[in-house]
Design a protein around this ligand. Structure first.
Ligand code: MN
Length: 751
C-alpha cells in the first residue's frame, strides 16, 4: 500500500513557450511509452507541416504559433490518445489560420486526419468569442455534427480550448471574459458529459482564476493552509484502514482527493456556506483491482467508521450516463471529521479521469469494441437528438436539459433502470423506453398511483406507462416534455399529421386543375413528364409536390406550366379562345366589371365586354341575345378573353326536369356534391303531370365545371333534361315554373 500525494493529475507544464526550441520530443516520448507500435513518422510529418505552415505567425504571448498545436497535441498525448488524433491536433489550425488546402491534407495525411481537422476548423471559425450567444450556439451545433461522426473531434476541440484557457492572460480582458463564459457554459459541461474529469476540472479552475482572480487566490491560500492538518488525519485514517484490510488478500492504494477550487467555490455560492464549513469534509479515494474488492473494502470502511445516512451511492451497479463508475460513501472518521470516500478500480478511475478518451484507448489497445461501443453510444444519440431540434432556442433549451441537467434514476415495472435528466415527465420516460410507447402513452403510474403525462418523476420512482392504441401525441405535450428526444418525436408526429392533411389538399387542388384543363391526371405519375416539375421546385416525389401545393408554396398553375408545353396549354385552355388583339379580363381589373345578368357567362364561354355609361364594363356571352338586340355600337365593345385567378368561382344555376319519384332530390344533390361542387340553394316543384322541375344554384369555376356536373346528372334515373340557366331567377322559389327567358338555352336531352 502506498499513500500517494498526487492530487488529480494536472499538467503544470504548458509553459512550452519559455523553452525557445520548439520540438515535439515530449509528445513523441509520451506516445512511444503508451504505444510501442506508434507511427512516430506520421507525428513528425504532421509537426513539420504545421511548423512550416505557421511560420511567421505568433500567438498573443509572442511565441511562435506552432507552440499552440504542439501543446494541444501534448494534452491529447497525456490523455493517451492515438496517433491519428495527435497528428490532427498538430494540424488543427493549418487550414483555418495558415491557408493550407483541405485537399493537400487529404492527399498527405488521408481522409481520417483531414476529417478531424475539418471538423475542428469548422467549429473554430465560429468560436471567435466575438458575438457571444448565437455564434457559440452555431459553433456548438457544428461541433456536435462532427462529433456524431467521430468523437475524437470533440476531444481535439476540448484540448484546444484547454490550452487557450491556460494562456488566457495574454488576451484583452473583454476577450478573456467571453472565453471564460463559454468555457463554463459549454466546454466544461461538455468535458463532464464526455466523462473527462481532469479536463473539466482544469477548465473550471482556469475560468475561475480569470473571472475572479481574488476569490481564486483566496481559495488557493486557504486550501494550502489546511493541507498539513488534513494530511495528518488522512494518514491516521489510512493507517487504520490498512491494518483492517491486512488480513484480506487484496491490493489497494489510498490517495487524498483535492477538490478543485471551482467546485469549492460553487458549493459555497450555492449553499451559502463558508469555506470552513465546506472544506471540513475530507476526501479520500481508494483504488483497487477488482469490482468485488470495491464492495469488500466498502464493508470494512463501514465497520470502522459510522456511515452517514443517505450518502451511499453505488455507481458501479448503476453507472452514470457518461460511463462513470465508483462507490461513494460518507463516514464519520477520526477526530469525528466527516470523510467522503470513493472506492473504485483502476479501470474505473481511468474512465473517470479520461472519459471517452479512455474508451478510445481501449478500443485501440485491445481491439475490442463491445464495451466501448455500449458506453459511448449515448454520445451519438445525444448529438442526433440535439441536431434534430428546430430552432436555436429549442436547441439551447435541449442542450441545457440533456447536457447539463443532473440525472435521475427511475425504475420500470420490471425493475430495469432508466436514466433521465432531472425534470423529466412521464412523456419523456415513455419516449425513452420506445417511440411507440411515447406515441401512444395516455397516462402514467408512479409507485402504483395514477398520474398525468405531465407528472415530473423523481429519482427512485417506479414508473409505468399506460398506453392506448388510439392515443396520439398532442401539441400541448410540448409544453412539458423535457428531453430533446421526446420533443423531437412529438414534433415529428405532429408534422406527419399536418403533412397528411396538406397532402390531401394539394392532391385535390392539382387534380381539379388538371381535370379542368382536360389533362389526364395520370400524367402526374409519369416520371419523365414530371422531371422538370421536380427539378424546378427542388422536390423528389409526387407526395412532396402535393404537400408543397397544399401548403401553398407551389401554385398549381406553375406546376401546369411546367407539365404542358405552352402551345398545348393554350389549346387546353379552350376557354380562353384568345386571338391577337384580345384583352385578358385581368387587364381590365382597374375598371369595375361584372358578368351580365342576361347571359351570366362563365369562363369557357366566348365573351365580349360592353362599356356601359356609368356602371363600368359589363361582360356578356358573345352570343347573348340581349346584347345583340340592343344593337350597340362596335366602339363600345371590348374583345375580351377569360384569364382568371386561381380560385375564383362563379354562381350558376342548373335546371333539371325529371319524372318525379322518391328520393329524386337527394339523388341529384348527392351526385352534385360528389363532383366537389358547392350547392348554394335548390328549389323543387312537382307538377300534376308527374314531372318534377328542380333548380340548383351552385358555385363553379368555369364552363367545363358546369358541364361536368350536367354530364353526371343526365344518367340519373328519371332525369329527362338538364339545362344551364343563363339567366338566373330573381327568386328561386319562382324558378321551376318559369321557363328561362334567356333564349340561349342549352338543353341536354337524354338519349
Ligand atoms: Mn487552436
Amino acid at each position: 500500500m502506498k499513500v500517494s500525494e498526487t492530487p488529480e493529475t494536472r499538467s503544470k507544464d504548458t509553459e512550452v513557450a519559455a523553452s525557445a526550441s520548439i520540438s515535439i520530443d515530449r509528445v513523441l516520448g509520451e506516445l512511444s511509452v503508451n504505444y510501442p507500435q506508434a507511427d512516430l513518422n506520421l507525428i513528425q510529418q504532421a509537426f513539420d507541416l504545421s511548423r512550416k505552415a505557421h511560420e511567421g505567425q505568433f500567438r498573443e504571448s509572442g511565441e511562435p504559433y506552432v507552440v499552440h498545436p504542439v501543446a494541444v497535441a501534448q494534452i491529447l498525448a497525456e490523455l493517451r490518445m492515438d496517433c491519428v488524433t495527435i497528428a490532427a491536433a498538430l494540424l488543427h489550425d493549418v487550414v483555418e489560420d495558415a491557408g493550407i488546402e483541405d485537399r493537400q491534407l487529404r492527399h498527405e495525411f488521408g481522409d481520417e486526419i483531414a476529417f478531424l481537422v475539418e471538423g475542428v476548423t469548422k467549429v473554430s471559425r465560429l468560436v471567435s468569442d466575438s458575438s457571444y450567444e448565437d455564434e457559440q450556439l452555431e459553433s456548438f451545433r457544428r461541433l456536435l455534427v462532427a462529433t456524431a461522426k467521430d468523437q475524437r473531434t470533440v476531444l481535439i476541440k476540448l484540448a484546444d480550448r484547454l490550452h487557450n484557457m491556460r494562456t488566457l492572460q495574454y488576451l484583452s480582458s473583454d476577450k478573456r471574459k467571453l472565453a471564460c463564459q463559454s468555457t463554463l457554459d459549454i466546454y466544461a459541461p461538455l468535458a463532464h458529459r464526455m466523462g473527462i474529469g481532469r479536463v473539466k476540472d482544469e477548465l473550471e479552475d482556469l475560468a475561475l482564476k480569470f473571472l475572479h482572480p481574488d476569490i481564486y487566490r483566496d481559495l488557493k491560500e486557504k486550501v494550502a493552509q489546511k493541507a498539513p492538518e488534513r494530511q495528518i488525519i488522512i494518514e491516521q485514517a489510512s493507517e487504520v484502514l490498512r491494518k483492517t484490510l491486512q488480513s484480506e488478500d487484496l491490493r489497494f492504494e489510498i490517495s487524498k482527493r483535492v477538490k478543485h477550487y471551482y467546485s469549492i467555490y460553487r458549493k459555497m455560492v450555492t449553499t451559502h456556506r463558508s469555506f470552513d464549513e465546506i472544506y471540513d469534509l475530507l476526501a479520500l479515494r481508494i483504488l483497487t483491482e477488482k469490482d468485488s474488492d470495491c464492495y469488500l473494502i466498502l464493508g470494512k470502511v463501514h465497520q470502522l467508521w459510522k456511515p452517514l445516512d443517505g450518502r451511499f451511492k453505488d455507481f458501479i451497479s448503476v453507472p452514470k450516463v457518461n460511463g462513470y463508475r465508483s462507490l461513494h460513501t460518507t463516514v464519520v472518521g477520526p477526530r469525528s471529521r466527516l470523510m467522503e470516500i470513493q472506492i473504485r478500480t483502476h479501470d474505473m478511475h481511468n474512465v473517470a479521469e479520461n472519459g471517452i478518451a479512455a474508451h478510445w484507448r481501449y478500443k485501440r489497445d485491445q481491439g475490442t469494441t463491445t464495451r466501448v461501443g455500449d458506453d459511448t453510444r449515448w454520445l451519438g444519440q445525444f448529438s442526433q437528438d440535439l441536431l434534430e431540434t428546430v430552432s436555436p432556442e429549442e436547441f439551447m433549451d435541449s442542450l441545457k436539459v440533456d447536457l447539463f441537467a443532473e440525472e435521475i434514476v427511475v425504475y420500470t415495472p420490471n425493475s430495469d433502470l432508466i436514466q433521465l435528466p432531472r425534470g423529466s415527465t412521464i412523456v419523456d420516460f415513455a419516449y425513452k423506453i420506445h417511440s411507440e410507447v411515447g406515441d401512444h402513452c395516455r397516462a402514467g403510474k408512479v409507485n402504483g398511483k395514477f398520474v398525468p403525462l405531465s407528472y415530473v418523476i423523481q429519482t427512485g420512482d417506479r414508473v409505468e406507462v399506460i398506453t392506448k392504441k388510439e392515443a396520439r401525441p398532442s401539441r400541448d405535450w410540448l409544453s412539458f416534455a423535457k428531453t430533446a428526444r421526446a420533443r423531437n418525436k412529438i414534433r415529428k408526429f405532429l408534422m406527419q399529421v399536418e403533412r397528411g392533411e396538406l397532402l390531401e389538399t394539394g392532391k385535390a387542388l392539382l387534380t381539379r386543375e388538371l381535370e379542368r384543363l382536360r389533362v389526364p391526371v395520370k400524367m402526374l405519375e409519369d416520371p419523365e413528364k414530371m422531371t422538370r416539375v421536380f427539378e424546378d421546385f427542388h422536390l423528389r416525389t409526387l407526395d412532396e409536390l402535393y404537400v408543397s401545393v397544399g401548403f401553398g408554396k407551389v401554385l398549381t398553375k406553375h406546376v401546369i406550366s411546367r407539365l404542358l408545353p405552352k402551345t398545348q396549354l393554350f389549346q387546353k385552355k379552350q376557354a380562353s379562345e384568345a386571338t391577337p388583339g384580345m384583352i385578358p379580363i385581368r387587364d381590365i381589373d382597374g375598371y369595375s366589371y361584372r358578368r351580365a345578368l342576361c347571359c351570366n357567362p362563365l369562363p369557357g364561354d366566348p365573351i365580349v365586354g360592353f362599356v356601359t355609361k356609368n356602371r363600368g364594363i359589363s361582360i356578356h356571352a358573345k352570343e347573348c341575345q340581349s346584347l345583340a338586340s340592343a344593337n350597340v355600337s362596335e366602339a363600345r365593345l371590348l374583345p375580351l378573353y377569360w384569364d382568371r385567378g386561381e380560385s375564383e368561382s362563379f354562381q350558376v344555376e342548373i335546371g333539371v326536369e325529371a319524372t318525379d319519384r322518391e328520393r329524386l332530390l337527394s339523388d341529384i344533390t348527392s351526385v352534385i356534391a360528389s363532383t366537389g361542387t358547392n350547392i348554394r340553394g335548390s328549389v323543387a316543384r312537382s307538377q300534376d303531370d308527374g314531372t318534377a322541375k328542380l333548380v340548383f344554384m351552385m358555385d363553379v369555376v368555369d364552363v367545363d365545371h358546369v358541364n361536368r356536373v350536367i354530364n353526371r346528372l343526365i344518367p340519373i334515373p328519371g332525369v329527362k333534361t338538364v339545362i344551364r340557366r343563363t339567366k338566373p331567377s330573381r327568386q328561386l322559389s319562382d324558378a321551376a315554373s318559369t321557363s328561362p327567358k334567356g333564349k340561349r338555352k342549352r338543353t341536354h336531352k337524354k338519349k
